[in-house]
Design a protein. Structure first.
Length: 74
């Protein structure tokens, strides 16, 4: 059995760890931690998708320089 879990680090609790242990009882597991790719999340939201498409179109037509800050993406 293989499982991929996306979780915010704020949600990792002792109960979460116990849940993993119940999924894989008495097994050696390999856990890889890396930041998640948010592309699917962004594209699954029609509002975010439209904003992204609009910004790409503006960039391609050179109408506007696009300046983004990380806080604007949340």
């Amino acid at each position: 059995m293989e499982a991929t879990i996306r979780i915010n680090t704020d949600s990792i609790t002792p109960e979460f760890i116990e849940g993993i242990k119940k999924l894989f009882p008495h097994k050696t597991v390999e856990i890889t931690i890396q930041p998640a790719d948010e592309t699917d999340n962004i594209l699954s939201n029609p509002v975010f998708t439209q904003v992204l498409q609009d910004r790409i179109a503006e960039y391609e037509t050179k109408k506007q320089i696009i300046s983004l800050k990380a806080k604007d993406l949340l």
